[in-house]
Design a protein around this ligand. Sequence first.
Ligand SMILES: NC(=O)c1ccc[n+]([C@@H]2O[C@H](COP(=O)([O-])OP(=O)(O)OC[C@H]3O[C@@H](n4cnc5c(N)ncnc54)[C@H](O)[C@@H]3O)[C@@H](O)[C@H]2O)c1
Length: 391
Amino acid sequence: MAGPLRVGVVGVGQRGLQHVSALTKLQADEIVNLAALVDPYADNLDATKINRFVPDYKDAGVEKYSSVRELVDSGTVDAIWFVMPPNQHKGEIEYAARHGIHVFAEKPQSLFLDEVLRQNEAIKESDILSMCGFQMRHDRGYTDIRNYLKDKWVASMTMIAEGAVEGHGVKHTHTEEQGGPANRVWTANRAWSGTSMVEAGIHQTDIMRYWSDDDVKWVRANYVERPKELHATEGDNPIYYEVTYGFAKGGLGNIIFTKPARSYYNGRYDCIIWEHGTIKLENDFVDYHFEGEWPPKTNPTLEQVRKVISAGPHTTAMGAESTTDLAKSFAEAVTLSKPELLRNTFESSINSLAAVLAANVSNDLGGEKIVIDEFINSDKYVKYRKRPAGV
Ligand SMILES: NC(=O)c1ccc[n+]([C@@H]2O[C@H](COP(=O)([O-])OP(=O)(O)OC[C@H]3O[C@@H](n4cnc5c(N)ncnc54)[C@H](O)[C@@H]3O)[C@@H](O)[C@H]2O)c1
């Protein structure tokens, strides 16, 4: 297909604006043409507002629509970036896919697995490419880790993300008009975010799969609920999450998320254990591993076993650089007909989403082990895959 790729962005909110910024850069390189924006709220389509977040955005020639159907029917785009809240999907991805439009879907693709499976069916039945918004797969350092681990067996990956309620941004969806949070901080709200494990922990889940080139086979989870009297001011998502994954190749993954309010603290700990080493994400990414004949006559010093596998500083895994690279690889995969440029597809990403949704179910069932394949296919979990009535 001849480039530049004609792109529409659906949902011009916090993340949508980051995509508009990435696509504006790619437009300057003639890789894409940002042809249309969709948002049900007119203020989010206002050029003055968009320019406050993306100074280089050029409004001239960009079509504006209030619904995906109008955009698809207009025939103005070849690909759509879906960047709307995950509980707001109502068949838009399926509609676009069935009209031959390539689909870039932000994570989580929906909060309800049945809908995700329907979206996937529509994508598979159409001759289109698809991708999900896991930009950390495009980080240089994280990709160095994946390449380093290619010939190794990963025994465990542990990621602790210490966050705080204050870390949630004020969003652009008018949630107050839809029975959602009055303050528009929908990531603190369970019905909108599906819990922080689903909304944010999906990134850690997916990067563990990327590092180890593996899939989540089962999950066990326990959360600590936020006391009810704090819900009105701090949101109703849990205050603490502990999730264990069993991976198909036999390793374990552990994710701990903390979300108190008033701490303003933000910290992290990451560690990967392979059969003969301990990888730590320091300023450089480092493997502690003894190379010589083992055991040595005298124990080596830590410095002697310390090997840099990716030189730092590493600050950008979630940032603009990875997001631009993600968009570039999707646009080029489509225009050059090179699906091998994609580091995930909609279908391959279902494992990450199913894993975090199953973590919620495990917690609801008192920490029960949920096998992902059963969660997707077994009648036992029918009610957990459905969008609840009235939601
Ligand atoms: N990959 C990442 O790092 C990352 C970061 C933040 C958010 N996200 C994801 O991006 C998505 C959007 O999150 P956000 O932070 O931008 O939220 P947001 O509320 O700031 O923005 C969402 C936008 O979608 C619009 N919208 C709402 N309903 C719509 C509909 N039916 N059709 C079209 N547009 C609609 C809203 O008006 C708003 O402008 C979520 O799935 C979120 O998880 C991903």
